[in-house]
Design a protein around this ligand. Sequence first.
Ligand code: AMP
Length: 491
Amino acid sequence: MTTFNDLGLDPKVVRAVTEAGYETPTPIQAGAIPAALQGRDVLGIAQTGTGKTASFTLPMITLLAKGRARARMPRSLVLCPTRELAAQVAENFDTYAQHVKLTKALLIGGVSFKEQDTLIDKGVDVLIATPGRLLDHFERGKLLLTGVQIMVVDEADRMLDMGFIPDIERIFSLTPFTRQTLFFSATMAPEIERITNTFLSAPERVEVARQATASETITQEVVMVRASRRDKAASEKRAVLRALIDREGTACKNAIVFCNRKTEVDIVAKSLAKYGYDAAPIHGDLEQSQRTRTLDSFRAGTLRFLVASDVAARGLDIPDVSHVFNFDVPTHSEDYVHRIGRTGRAGKSGKAIMICSTSDEKYLGFIEKLIAKDIPRAENPLGTTESRQAVDSADVEAASENEKKPRRSRGGRGRSKMADASANETQAVAEKSETEASVAEAPAQDAPREEAPRRGPSAGRSARGREDGPVGLGDHLPSFIAKSFEERMSR
Ligand code: AMP
């Protein structure tokens, strides 16, 4: 059996790996490390959980241990689609390079430019970045990429989903033609194939089994729900989610709840919290410090429910997650595989439960085709009638107000998604205010009756007089709007 000693790594790197507790290289490591150490390009088709991060960090550290960094000219570059993934890669470098003297900088949105500028000015061996932030630095003339000897593209398929491919192509063209490229993707979409054909030179192709086929430890089920009315669909689904969590009881130690949209992430997290579930959201529009805090507490086991978007949770290595709830059926079938792969890791058992509305049935079909099996149907724990009754009727109108509210257009596909990773600051601020607006309304929408007293048909108008109240909000008046009117009345 291959050991880390057989791979040709620097003994100091092997020592760090042994101290990290790894005994044998994973298949992607055994395949990629020797080729990378020979200076060859590597095309790794593997997803998170396979040990792919070490498959590029270990040879990089070995290769970079010789030589020294020059001011403003990083010697290697690792591109990641999200801040969290970049931060995780940086942690990996810290672990494996602890006996080797290497400098690194992390260029991600939400971290001050100044601090990173100082590091880069001094010269770094490893620069870990999200594409947008890297190009921001480059355009400000703070960085030269002509000294890059090794370039890593991590999670290329997610880069494609996020519209980063033009940025990646530009970054490739800014680095020397002679660089070594280590390129990782969970899947090989035609666009990814094109990039690898253009920018990689005779790569060693290392492909490891997809997680979908290896996930026997995950029990999957899907609960079909039919909304009583279209405008009640989301709040009825939230009631089903709570019932499913209750049904799982203490077996549900912790869970990631996935939603398709960032606004939904906020609403579901607020709603769960209002009903007394220990939940917090994570998505790209939140402050970096808040994202870090939330993730840390989820990892530490002090937060039970992490409500997440695909992008924010992508690639995160959280070893011990008992459940994954898919609040929505993902529209990209691949995302289903990534989502459920957050549980049942390292041989532990896990459970993945998905809620499927009538309108999402076709996506469920695509998923079942991809994983080549039918996901067992489970009973709706509320039954059909009860799930409708479980929704507080006072909340329904407010929820539908929010759900029907037209969302501001955010430009082209790529750019809007970019804010989920390394944000263009202005856009991030604009998007943040959009999110905050929906968050502000969220508690009232889904709150239990005792927490959000219903404003009856006459309550608002007779108390304040119709002309003093806002027009067009129906019977429900969100509390933050009511406050401004009450202030006006009391003057
Ligand atoms: P990754 O696919 O890079 O996200 O890694 C998934 C997890 O596997 C991380 O928690 C790593 O610390 C762990 N890991 C990486 N390589 C090995 C190895 N050879 N043996 C055991 N665990 C590993």
